[in-house]
Design a protein around this ligand. Sequence first.
Ligand code: PEP
Ligand code: CO
Length: 457
Amino acid sequence: MPTASAVEDWSPSSWTQKEVRQLPEYPDEEALDETLDHLATLPPLVTSWEVKRLKKQLALAAHGERFLLQGGDCAEAFKDCTADVITSRLKIMLQMTLVLTYGLNTRVVRVGRFAGQYAKPRSSPTETRHGQTLHSYRGDIINGPAFEPETRRPDPQRLIQAYHTSSATLNLVRALSEGGFADLHHPEYWDLDFMQESPLAEEYHAIVDAIEDSLSFMEAVTDRPADNLQRAPFYTSHEALHLPYEEAMTRTVPHQPGVFNLGTHLPWIGKRTGHPDEAHVEYMRGIVNPLGLKVGPTMTSTRLKRLVRILDPEDEPGRLTLITRLGADEVESRLPMLIDAVRSIGHSVLWCCDPMHGNTEKTDSGFKTRRFDNIMAELNQTLEIHARDGSHLGGVHFELTGENVTECIGGARGLNETDLERAYKSHVDPRLNYEQSLEVAFSIVRKYRQMNGTVRR
Ligand code: PEP
Ligand code: CO
């Protein structure tokens, strides 16, 4: 286990000695420093115990004793820190949990892309419209989406707002998941309004009924209520992109060795900042948290081996989750070699599939979208390749929302290109809506069953 002194030549600020990508230039450096000093005095958002508990869960997921469900917005928006948006997202993740737990006979570890998912990597630092050039929108932690000079200017006060908005989000998530809301005895609490007319309603309610029957049976036989089914913890994750913010949330705690990022449970390194010699990898290698690393189609075996050795030198169980996002067209030609690379150095990681980011396209009318069929194709191929190569897919990563948006094409309701304009809300990447998310969960179960006969153990 890394400790403050055990991680060689590392400190929470050693990343500043390396080349850093994707950070904005703040017009007022002094104001930025003052804000960061203030941020560093604010209480942690998560605890070291939770971080270590998640690491243990991820270690189990690596070899099939848990299943990781990671999901949420591409970019959280401050204005979406509302009871409705937060509870709808929890509801859909709980419904997916129910389908996956029942179908795979495996406990599900829920990790939200929320309570901190505010910073976005961009392909260009600026955007030009009608001859006017402004900073690109880089997520609410840096600037705002409206194309106005004042809004697009990076503002350090947004770091504080990101912290407080994360804190408010997490407060509701914790209260709901610890209290009666997440109780498996009452899945009706998770019904969303538009569930009633959904083509999936019947299949879903059949599972709910079956679970209710088994619960009543178990409680009758044991003469005890199944108390441990009344809570469903959610862990948090975000892309650790804004390194000054991450550094300010990096803390030591009494009686625990090592240095923790206490702004989130599971920080991940995005595809654009995963260079082994650069700042983001440098920062992440020194913290105790479990880490995610996005693995895209340009990743080579040599680079992946280096990254795995840097980020997880001791091959610690649960430390590293590799989130592949290769695209439906490339997964067959790339994934086997990546699995082989990790195996060749004797390491074991948690493999997780993000079938969203390799399958983004633009429609003729200019909407960024993803096709449900491509998402499922990448996911199914990923499952097959791991099984074929004697590896294991232990989790999935989605951009999803509990709202009834129209951002991705396809699914049971057959959304098409013309539907996109109806309820396209994302400022960044297109998300699965409530119904498409539930459908993905059913499809995963179907695929597992088709591959393994039945997976009930
Ligand atoms: C994301 O997860 O929103 C993202 C930008 O992904 P990637 O780094 O894989 O492109
Ligand atoms: Co995204």
